[in-house]
Design a binder for this molecule. Sequence first.
Ligand code: SF4
Length: 436
Amino acid sequence: MTAKNGKTVALRSVGCRTNQEEITLLGAELAARGYRLMEEITEADVVVINTCSVTSCSESKTRRLIGAVARKAPRARLLVTGCLAQQRPEALAADPRIRWVVGNAHKDRIASIIDNVDGAVFHSRPDAPVWGGEAIPDTNDTPRTRFPLKIQEGCNYTCAYCIVPSLRGPARSRPWTEVIERCIGAADAGFREIVLTGTHIGQYRDGARGLAELVEEMLGLSRDFRIRLSSLDPRDVTPRLLDLVAGDTRLCPHLHVSVQSLCGTVLKAMGRPYADHESFAVMLHEFRRKAPRVAVGGDFIVGFPGESDGMFETTRGWVERIGFCYGHVFRYSPRPGTPAATFTNQIDEQEKRRRSRLLINTVRSTRRRFVESVIGVRERIIVEKRSPVMGVTGNYIRVELPETSARRGEWLTIVPSDYDARRDRCRATVVAEENV
Ligand code: SF4
């Protein structure tokens, strides 16, 4: 199929889930404008990179990707957007291999920029509402079976190690009616799972209404879909939200919490002073006990300045007790311009690596315990791949199935059986095919 306007584009993303979702939405918009989305960068007229610079590791990964794209596809015109473009526009604009530099506040204009502007820098304060193009991908044209619905952007907190607020701006929420309309549009386009995304979706506000109310309204829609929540800050995990997650089968029994630490002293030093972190940990522990089928995963930072071995073990102890069923473990890396980068009591890299290994091993064993506890329980999946047939349960377990007539994007009721920890997936048997 040739591109209606003869143009081809390849998309790449580094970093957080919001970045990935944004590039998916950009792909849908460019496809709606007649662009052909190419897997191979060497086949693309234009390459768009949505960058990340939240950690020094992600920044160097981004720079390596820019270099690789420029080497492998020297004729392609390169557009760099995202947090590195927001943070270092001049440095990127000085690179002759880069045609466009587009800051976070201008992401909604990327499609028209590529179409109409020969090359330039688009940069300003990151407080404009950026919700991604209007186009909803056709489920036949995209490999994705989940629809990313961006409801929120930015953050009002000021954690001592984080540059996100300076790159994505203050917290702002997408208009309520727009969210509901896009949810209906995505369900009518055939998406069976809607993922609510944003920098901190728990900071979603529409007057007095927040995330829980929005989810309740979406669950009230007479459409065939389920909702998955993306990352939540502990300060936004309310008993009401927990009741919804544990109670409504159309809301995936899956919580991802950006915990970072479960030691009060470290949280205070991080500038994350939730009133009483202990009660938060107890609330999660209680919730897991009451709702053992709900998957609770989290982000953790190890080796934050001043974190003693005892403080680290406090966090690890809670991870074990609560039974986190997966975890993204980051070694603290100082970011220039953040208060924590100037803290004197920095931890050496070797010790950070040791703690990271320990916590990853702990999470691996709590994951095995969790998956084995839900083996034999009926779950619904959406067929994501055909050969082999694969999908993900509501509580975030990847399953592999014998052949089935169900097509990609369709529901299946399955029962997970033995867990392969090395590949982190379960085999499963089909109980019911729902679309035959
Ligand atoms: S809550 Fe803290 S870590 Fe998260 S984006 Fe806001 S400032 Fe950064």
